[in-house]
Design a protein around this ligand. Structure first.
Ligand SMILES: [Zn+2]
Length: 262
């Protein structure tokens, strides 16, 4: 099967708004494609009448002790995968300005969100994830990874107001609620925490047959409507938030939330 045909088969179409989480290793083990070819396939199918979005997070927080890096929108490399960096540098793509949680954007979304976008809630109100929530025809495409990379889970934490939605669990790393860029410092209202527990939400959706894991050779993928993710996520995050924490003693960030809120 060609990679384009695979994308079409799992649901990708023209005019959709797509956010992508991917492992290039996972893709290339099943399809003989280059990073550029993957990006070209996505753009060819969705076209500029739709939108393609990759997180290009860098996590440049100020720290109370020790060194910290400074975000340069044009130069700082994405820390969330080879494909996100390849996409960021590809033709027609702009990058938003959050020192901690920037996004690379292509297509229709650029009419609504420009490179100055840097909300004080980086994955909440006024973020790219909120824009996706308010669009028809929006999807999360997960290629070769799982819900531990689902940035939308952080949007759900804020929207569903889980007990720790505005509590930073990163004190043990000396992280302050401040992003640092070449434009200066930005105070942040909500800091996304540990995402490993989002795999529990994944299992819940799979068990209820609300999502399908699409498997081809060694590659597993998901193609999920964001309205479904929002509606089911609001229910799950409001009632089962305790399940979203890592097991006791395995994660300092989740332990600090558990101590304070459970
Ligand atoms: Zn954790």
């Amino acid at each position: 099967m060609k990679f384009n045909d695979y994308l079409f088969q799992i649901g990708l179409r023209e005019r959709q708004n797509i956010i992508i989480h991917s492992s290039f290793k996972g893709i290339s083990a099943s399809f003989p494609v280059s990073p550029d070819a993957v990006i070209n396939s996505l753009k060819d199918i969705v076209t500029s009448n739709g939108s393609i979005i990759f997180p290009t997070f860098t996590y440049f927080f100020k720290k109370s002790a020790g060194d910290y890096e400074i975000f340069d929108r044009e130069i700082s490399k994405s820390k969330v995968g080879l494909l996100s960096e390849t996409f960021r540098l590809s033709k027609g793509v702009i990058r938003t300005s959050s020192p901690t949680h920037s996004f690379a954007l292509w297509g229709k979304i650029k009419n609504d969100i420009d490179e100055t976008n840097s909300p004080e809630s980086p994955l909440g109100k006024e973020s790219v994830l909120e824009w996706l929530t308010h669009q028809q025809n929006s999807f999360v495409l997960i290629l070769g990874t799982d819900f531990s990379s689902l940035s939308y889970g952080h949007y759900l934490e804020v929207a569903a107001k889980v007990p720790w939605f505005d509590f930073s669990p990163w004190d043990y790393l000396n992280v302050l609620p401040i992003g640092v860029s070449t434009n200066g410092e930005q105070k942040l209202k909500e800091i996304p925490g540990c995402a490993k527990g989002f795999v529990k939400f994944e299992k819940y959706l799979l068990d209820k047959n609300l999502i399908n894991k699409q498997e081809y050779k060694s590659l597993s993928s998901y193609f999920i409507n964001i309205q479904l993710l929002f509606n089911e996520g609001m229910k799950y995050f409001q009632t089962h938030y305790d399940k979203l924490l890592c097991p006791i003693g395995s994660c300092k960030a989740c332990d600090s939330r558990r101590r304070k809120f459970l």
